[in-house]
Design a protein around this ligand. Structure first.
Ligand code: ZN
Length: 266
């Protein structure tokens, strides 16, 4: 198991949720990874949106050290052929090395087909249990709906881009979930997220960019990229009144959450 020093200087970061190929051209990637490395980002988890996006992501990113891949079908896929998504996912799980299943979950902000979303989610939870993978959860306006579903599985959950209230947070923590905060925690109207951050045990805390979305202040509205994780991390450190050992802890949390015992770095 990777043992971080008490404090790493300069600090090291793990971007636990990024979409490297969305909005980015392949020729841009070397400079994106270069800037990430320069900002201390050692590892990036490139997250799936659609079961079919895996093959291109794998082809382009597999050679890149320090980039890990998930495979999954997000709630928007519930409008399509659910069984096709699930079939593809199982093929991927059987034939490729992936780090996690997801993002999957329930999104009642963008979509109203709750029944189909639950079916697609549960089929992925079954696969994650079978292949012993952690699951990256996308939850939007849907904590009361998703929590009873999650309770039925013995899975390590990662709540990506946490957006709930204190009760939602406690329910997720009770399930053993890791809680990941994205750049939107730096926005002026995100006081509730800062409150949730303060209630999150330090050993369950993760950070992510969700790039190219959710650029942290002062870059809000511009394209996000893994290098900007350092901005969010510094905001979080100050909000918690912590010193830089916090970053070492969060990095170790991410390795534990995703079962990475001998990490490769960017
Ligand atoms: Zn995402």
């Amino acid at each position: 198991m990777f043992k971080p020093a008490a404090t790493d200087f300069p600090p090291v970061f793990f971007d636990t949720h990024s979409h490297c190929l969305i909005k980015n051209n392949i020729p841009d990637l070397p400079s994106i990874f270069y800037r990430a490395k320069a900002a201390g980002v050692k590892i990036i988890l490139d997250c799936a949106v659609n079961s079919n996006d895996f093959f291109e992501r794998h082809r382009i990113l597999m050679e890149q050290k320090g980039v890990y891949l998930s495979a999954g079908a997000s709630p928007e896929c519930a409008g399509g052929q659910i069984s096709k998504h699930v079939e593809t996912l199982e093929q991927i799980l059987q034939n490729y090395i992936i780090t996690a299943v997801g993002e999957t979950g329930i999104d009642l902000f963008h979509h109203q087909n709750l029944k189909e979303q639950i079916i697609l989610l549960e089929k992925q939870l079954v696969l994650a249990e079978k292949y012993e993978k952690p699951v990256i959860l996308h939850i939007r306006n849907a904590y009361p709906e998703i929590i009873p579903v999650l309770k039925n599985y013995k899975i390590r959950y990662i709540n990506h881009c946490f957006s709930g209230n204190a009760d939602d947070l406690y329910s997720m923590l009770e399930l053993g979930s890791y809680i990941s905060f994205a750049g939107n925690i730096t926005y002026k109207n995100s006081v509730h997220l800062v409150e949730a951050l303060k209630l999150t045990p330090r050993n369950r805390l993760l950070l992510e960019t969700d790039s190219p979305f959710l650029s942290p202040a002062p870059f809000r509205g511009k394209n996000n990229e893994p290098a900007l994780l350092a901005q969010t991390a510094e905001f979080v450190r100050k909000a918690l009144g912590a010193d830089e050992t916090l970053f070492t802890q969060i990095f170790a949390n991410a390795l534990a959450a995703f079962n990475i015992s001998t990490p490769e770095f960017l």
